[in-house]
Design a protein around this ligand. Structure first.
Ligand code: HPA
Ligand SMILES: [Zn+2]
Length: 349
């Protein structure tokens, strides 16, 4: 680690907001704000079981992952046309750029849409066009990661991969999301092996609600290069050593964990323990429209709740986000230089 300038604690929120960062755990369907859900429902003539935006927002009182997923899939039902996917991703990328996100690796859930009769071409073309335009217009780089729904069968995942093959140049990897408990990584061993043969990057949600065994499975069976969430790793010392030694990143989402009752409070979050153990932890928003904040809100609220976290940890988390990304080394180095300049500016300003 380079010398980190001393930053006065009262300047920490401004630094957290201003520092360049990569977002590596964002479900694009989870960036769909209630206002956009209602606008798209009107545009597409879709009936929603909520009277208005306020009634929908009031339903965002989650007790666990499944209680969230039920509403998240209902919200995604308004997405029908390529322009809908474009508008959703463009809105997220504009919002992320405001938080000084320089690079985003974005999950999308094709099965949520193909099951409703929306062609995968529609989904991928809309999302990809938004990524291309955001690079030109906002200077933010963005890539897509196709995520399989783990509550569905491996056969369904294979069918989805088959449909996505003509669009292979438009996504960089595959992930695994949705209901974790009862759906261990091993269920998807064959389809992930095929994805690796195709040269795709591999990540997986594991250890959000599920046990450390699911993280071992994601590493050993799926050969995941990153673990999404992974916060349950702290219950397994051998796993913690492995994650640190192999520099397997964890994409941690504090506000998500709070809203889905993985931790009783942000003050009880184990992010400091993960960093202390030398893990390549990162901070991300997961489903910002549902969990009450985009990436900077995650940083600022987590640091406010955990005063043990200092400017040194902020630098480490931003640096980790670049290291953990699938971006080219030259881009990682350039972002690292911008990070250093940002810290020096905040020390002297
Ligand atoms: O946090 C999550 N976990 C699992 N599936 C998801 N789909 C959207 N967000 C999530
Ligand atoms: Zn997630």
């Amino acid at each position: 680690m380079p010398t980190i300038p001393i930053i006065a604690p009262e300047r920490l929120p401004a630094l957290l907001a201003a520092m360049p960062k990569a977002e590596l755990h964002i479900h694009i369907e989870g960036s769909l704000e209630p206002e956009m859900i209602f606008a798209l429902a009107r545009r597409n003539g879709v009936d929603l079981p909520y009277a208005n935006v306020e009634a929908l927002r009031r339903a965002y009182a989650f007790t666990d992952l499944q209680s969230f997923l039920d509403i998240y899939y209902a919200g995604a039902s308004v997405l029908l046309k390529e322009q809908d996917f474009y508008d959703m991703a463009s809105a997220y990328l504009a919002r992320a750029a405001m938080d000084n996100v320089v690079h985003a690796e974005i999950f999308f859930d094709p099965q949520t849409h193909t099951a409703r009769g929306v062609a995968i071409d529609t989904v991928i073309q809309g999302l990809h066009r938004a990524c291309v335009d955001a690079r030109a217009e906002l200077g933010i780089s963005a890539s897509l990661i196709l995520s399989f729904l783990r509550h569905l069968s491996e056969e369904d995942a294979f069918a989805t991969l088959e449909q996505a093959l003509p669009w292979m140049d438009k996504f960089i990897g595959v992930g695994l999301d949705s209901s974790e408990l009862g759906h261990p990584p091993e269920k998807f061993a064959r389809v992930f092996a095929r994805c690796r043969e195709l040269g795709l990057h591999v990540v997986a949600h594991a250890g959000e609600e599920g046990p450390p065994a699911y993280i071992w499975g994601a590493l050993d069976v799926l050969k995941a290069e990153r673990i999404d969430h992974g916060v349950q790793a702290v219950h397994d010392a051998a796993l913690m050593r492995r994650l640190a030694e192999e520099r397997i990143p964890l994409t941690v989402c504090p506000l998500s964990n709070l809203k889905l009752c993985v931790f009783p409070s942000l003050a009880a979050h184990n992010l400091p323990a993960l960093l202390e153990a030398g893990l390549v932890a990162t901070v991300n928003s997961d489903d910002p429209a549902y969990f009450g904040g985009y990436i900077n809100a995650n940083f600022i609220q987590t640091f406010a709740a955990l005063p043990i976290l200092t400017a040194r940890h902020a630098w480490q988390l931003a640096h980790n986000s670049f290291e953990a990304s699938f971006a080219p080394q030259a881009e990682k180095r350039a972002w690292g230089d911008r990070l250093q300049a940002c810290f020096e500016h905040h020390a002297s300003a």
